[in-house]
Structures are given as structure tokens and as C-alpha cells.
Design a protein around this ligand. Structure first.
Ligand SMILES: O=C(O)CCC(=O)C(=O)O
Ligand SMILES: [Fe+2]
Length: 289
């Protein structure tokens, strides 16, 4: 069964009433769609809106804890303007967590934010980095040890263009299909990756399996075509939230998006048995962190 889109009536990043059902829907694998939650772009910000902003990678990144930009070679006053713009978005996304998902807020960890000024459709990339293929998110360099990847996306396209996604199978169906192809990492692998500085902390068995799942899905063209899926257009001025380690998704077209990543410890969930870690542990019959 394809994941569902649940529409939430909220037009402010802070305040308002939190609805317990929203966390419930997220944990069930829905995408929460907030059609009226617009991130305000000031006229002066529009000078930053160019694909030339991006140096080598796909996105400009921002680390809100250090106030540091990455992935851009922009200099001078535009650089500080970009930093302020992204800090403003990061702050709004964190406020939204407190306002809409207060059960997660005390234990949530704030990760990187990104600004995505490059058109997705027609962008060249290797199959592994190709986000137009259905996948689950998993971070090669920063293992999560079972913590949930919760992401807030907002479309800031100034030309009226949507961000077009596909959302696919629920986590357990994906896992059941690909488990026969997964290989347990050998015992020394985690220490070696750390030694070689490929990872920033030891890669757990869970992280290794989630990376394989990401790759297996993207590499399987028959699965890409046949998996149950739903196309959805997120218009400019809208926001959406999902556990992207659980909801299979693909971004097909669109330009100019902001995204903030959070990590949610399992203990903050309403029901941690619905997490990818616990589902994989149940299906594989062993502990994975
Ligand atoms: O850029 C997007 O709309 C989402 C791309 C994606 O799959 C991701 O960032 O994990
Ligand atoms: Fe993704």
C-alpha cells in the first residue's frame, strides 16, 4: 500500500494548538501536508535565488548549531544574507516542532538544513544519488543508530511551480521485499569505516542495512515502475513533514526548496514498534544497534 498524504490546517510556524493525531499519522507513515504554511521570502532574499549558488553538491547546507554554511562558494554580503535566510528557516522549522509535535520537541536533535536552488528534472547524477528514484533516506557519513529521520520541507518557488514527488510503499513492505538481498556487515567493518573517516561515528548494523535498502530500491528499475505509488504536487507556499526513513519517496521536478532535518530518538515516539529499527529487528530476528 502506498503511503498517505494527510492534510493539516495550520498557517503559522509557531503557536496554535497541537493535535496528537498528527504525530500518530506521522508514525503510521503518512506525509503531513500543510498547504497553508508558507515560509515568507522577502523581496531582498530573491537575489539569492539562483542555481549558481551551489558549488559542487546538489544543495547549499546549513548547520544551525554552528551557524555554518556548506556547499556554496558565494562570498561577501550575499554569504551573510544566505546564512541569515537559512537561519531564519531553521528557527521556524524548530518552532513548528514545538508547536505541532510537542511530544517530540524535548528530545529532538536539530540536524542540517538545506536550500535546493537547482531544478531536479533533468539533473545528471549517479543512480545512487538519483532522488528521482523511490528510496528511503539513510546517511552514509552520519549514522543514526536507529534514531528517526524527520524532515520538514517547504516549497519557496517564486515562479508558481510545484515540487513534484512520488510517495511509495510503506516501510514494512519495502523491508520484506528487499531483506533477502541484505547482507549483515562483517564485525570489523564499523571500526574500519570510522578509522578511514568515512563515517563520523561507528556505523551500526541498522545503519549498514538501511544504506543497503536505499541502494537496493534505487538499483531495482522493475521495483521503481511496479511499486504502489502516488504522485503528489506540493505547491509553492506549502510545507510538508515526513519520517523519510520510513516513507519511500522520490522527488521528480521542482526548483527552490528549503528543508530541515531532525533526529527523533525512539523513546520520544508514541510507539517505537513502528520505527524502521524495530520493524527490521522483528523481521530479521536479532538486535541491530
Ligand atoms: O529535494 C526533495 O524534494 C527531496 C529529495 C530527497 O529525496 C531527499 O532529500 O531525501
Ligand atoms: Fe530522500
Amino acid at each position: 500500500m502506498a503511503s498517505r498524504i494527510t492534510t493539516i490546517d495550520r498557517s503559522a510556524w509557531s503557536g496554535g494548538v497541537a493535535i496528537p493525531q498528527d504525530a500518530e499519522s506521522l508514525e503510521a507513515g503518512d506525509v503531513l501536508f500543510l498547504p497553508a504554511l508558507r515560509f515568507e521570502v522577502e523581496p531582498a532574499d530573491l537575489r539569492l535565488f539562483s542555481p549558481d549558488l551551489v558549488a559542487a553538491a546538489k544543495n547549499v547546507s546549513f548547520d544551525p548549531r554552528r551557524g555554518r554554511l556548506g556547499g556554496t562558494s558565494v562570498e561577501g554580503s550575499d554569504r551573510s544574507h544566505l546564512r541569515d535566510f537559512m537561519a531564519r528557516f531553521s528557527g521556524a522549522a524548530l518552532e513548528l516542532m514545538g508547536a505541532a509535535l510537542p511530544g517530540y520537541r524535548p528530545r529532538i536533535e536539530t540536524g542540517r538544513a538545506s536550500f535546493r536552488p537547482v531544478e531536479i528534472a533533468g539533473r545528471a547524477s549517479s543512480w545512487r544519488k538519483d532522488d528521482t528514484r523511490l528510496h528511503l533516506d539513510s546517511f552514509p557519513a552520519t549514522p543514526v543508530h536507529g534514531k528517526r529521520i524527520l524532515r520538514v520541507f517547504t516549497n519557496v518557488n517564486p515562479h508558481g511551480r510545484p515540487r513534484s514527488w512520488r510517495v511509495g510503499d510503506a516501510f514494512e513492505s519495502v523491508a520484506r521485499r528487499f531483506i533477502p538481498q541484505l547482507r549483515m556487515p562483517w564485525p570489523g567493518a564499523s571500526a574500519l569505516l570510522r578509522l578511514l573517516r568515512i563515517t563520523k561515528s561507528p556505523r551500526s548494523r541498522y545503519d549498514a542495512l538501511m544504506l543497503q535498502l536505499h541502494d537496493c530500491m534505487k538499483a531495482d528499475t522493475a521495483y521503481q515502475a511496479a511499486a504502489p505509488q502516488l504522485s503528489v504536487d506540493f505547491p509553492p507556499g506549502s510545507t510538508w513533514i515526513a519520517f523519510t526513513d520510513q516513507v519511500s519517496h522520490a522527488a521528480m521536478a521542482g526548483q527552490y526548496q528549503l528543508e530541515q532535518t531532525f533526529l527523533v530518538p525512539l523513546q520520544a515516539m508514541r510507539d517505537e514498534q513502528r520505527s524502521p529499527l524495530r520493524i527490521l529487528e522483528r523481521l530479521m530476528g536479532r538486535r541491530l544497534v
